[in-house]
Design a protein around this ligand. Structure first.
Ligand SMILES: Cc1cc2nc3c(=O)[nH]c(=O)nc-3n(C[C@H](O)[C@H](O)[C@H](O)COP(=O)(O)O)c2cc1C
Length: 416
């Protein structure tokens, strides 16, 4: 019998994040699917983010006592159920009504932190009021308007956010061509995509009814009166991205923010050292899920050098390509303290809101447990580079379909 995944309404039966992704693709209109899943330009980095995990083989040990498997971790000094936080993602309301609140609830239920984006649909005050118990991190896009930036920081503090995550890699947006093909002008769907959206009534009833497309909740305060629509908010943020964002801006933010400060957008060890000198508490090693500079290396490939440079002093989180519990374990084996989940939890959200995102978190958690057991390392602290064999060379098929022969495998710890 042919192998196939269940239909999207049976998402509770999904066994993997890839299955959730396939189901989300069925449920969403093409423009929403492209918004979430697409990468920049030729999507080389998007693909490499997955291949980087596949390149590493495990070296399992046997005859180990597996009666207790423990995947509890500490992130930013507080315990959580596993070493994962939900990544900041903007405009989640395209997938589900009150999506940010749904994600925050899923994170709370699963005992992991949730990061709210500057360009979220639910405001930080709404999320904090709806899920007061959640571990809330706030992602900041520093704006050209310095007063508005300071106000966002103050609102994050007042809402009880324990960490400020400053994103540095999206000052200029990457060219997400598959996403932009859905539109005639930046905010007008092509006739074909409009028709396609109409052909997805279950999605429309959930995400659009009764108020239509949601706006950007955190930014309403800074928009002129009477111009609070999604389109006005999108045009505001387009004009407000601080293209002069610099180390001085970051130092200024450090002075204003008394809590934990994480810098998101680091791929280079020297940049990570500079974050340490500036007084940051952590970095996110990321290429923004392959949505920014196409051709930049997979985050996982950049991790060991950054761990060697600052791993003792800074909390190192990694994202881009996490789709399995074994990916979390590989990131930890290479020295990360934890990971962020972007699309993995969004696919669950798109299918079942809070319950769907909880299902995605549950899958990652079960798979992480299973990996620890099969690897013969029942505790996270046992994950280190000795768990991994030499990385394989998985070459991309060359144009024309032939795979070039593999060069000699490098020694462990030497990244391809
Ligand atoms: C739909 C979408 C929206 C995103 N919006 C933001 C954002 O507002 N701020 C930010 O710092 N990163 C944003 N990101 C990047 C994520 O925080 C994260 O780095 C990335 O999704 C990780 O890769 P993964 O999706 O493969 O897990 C976004 C990613 C996606 C997929």
């Amino acid at each position: 019998m042919k192998r196939r995944y269940a239909r999207s309404h049976r998402w509770r039966q999904a066994r993997s994040i890839d299955e959730l992704a396939a189901m989300a693709r069925q449920r969403l209109p093409a423009f929403a699917w492209e918004y979430v899943s697409a990468g920049a330009e030729d999507e080389r980095t998007l693909v490499d983010n997955r291949r980087a995990f596949q390149r590493w083989q495990w070296r399992p040990r046997t005859l180990v006592d597996l009666s207790e498997i423990d995947s509890r971790a500490t992130l930013l000094g507080r315990e959580c159920a596993m070493p994962l936080a939900i990544a900041p993602t903007g405009y989640n309301g395209m997938l589900w009504r009150n999506a940010d609140i749904a994600l925050a609830r899923a994170a709370w239920r699963h005992e992991v932190p949730f990061t709210l984006s500057t360009v979220s649909c639910d405001s930080i005050e709404a999320v904090a009021a709806a899920v007061p118990e959640a571990r809330l991190w706030f992602q900041l896009y520093p704006l050209r308007d310095a007063e508005a930036t300071r106000d966002l920081i103050e609102r994050a503090r007042a809402a009880g956010a324990e960490a400020l995550v400053v994103t540095t890699d999206a000052v200029v947006l990457g060219r997400r061509e598959w996403d932009s093909r859905s539109y005639l002008s930046p905010r007008r769907l092509t006739p074909g995509h409009t028709l396609d959206a109409l052909l997805h009534p279950r999605w429309a009833a959930q995400a659009l009814w009764p108020d239509g497309l949601p706006t950007l909740g955190n930014l309403l305060k800074y928009l002129p009166a009477g111009q609070h629509s999604a389109a006005s908010a999108a045009s505001y943020i387009g004009q407000q991205m601080a293209s002069d964002l610099s180390w001085d801006t970051l130092a200024e933010i450090r002075r204003h923010w008394p809590g934990k400060l994480i810098v998101k957008g680091i791929l280079d060890a020297e940049d990570a050292r500079r974050c340490r000198r500036l007084g940051a508490d952590g970095v996110v090693v990321t290429n923004h899920g392959g949505r920014q500079l196409d051709g930049s290396p997979a985050s996982l490939d950049c991790l060991p050098a950054i761990v060697d440079a600052v791993g003792r002093d800074l909390e190192i989180l990694l994202d881009s390509g996490i789709r399995r519990g074994s990916d979390i374990a590989k990131a930890l084996a290479l020295g990360a303290h934890g990971v962020l989940s972007g699309r993995a939890t969004l696919y669950g959200l798109a299918l079942g809101g809070e319950n769907g995102a909880t299902h995605a978190l549950g899958l990652l958690h079960e798979q992480l447990h299973n990996t620890l057991a099969l690897l013969g390392r029942p505790r996270l602290a046992q994950l280190d580079r000795d768990c991994l064999g030499p990385p394989l060379h998985l070459s991309r098929p060359a144009i024309g379909g032939t795979v070039p022969s593999s060069p000699a495998p490098p020694v462990p710890g030497d990244l391809p």
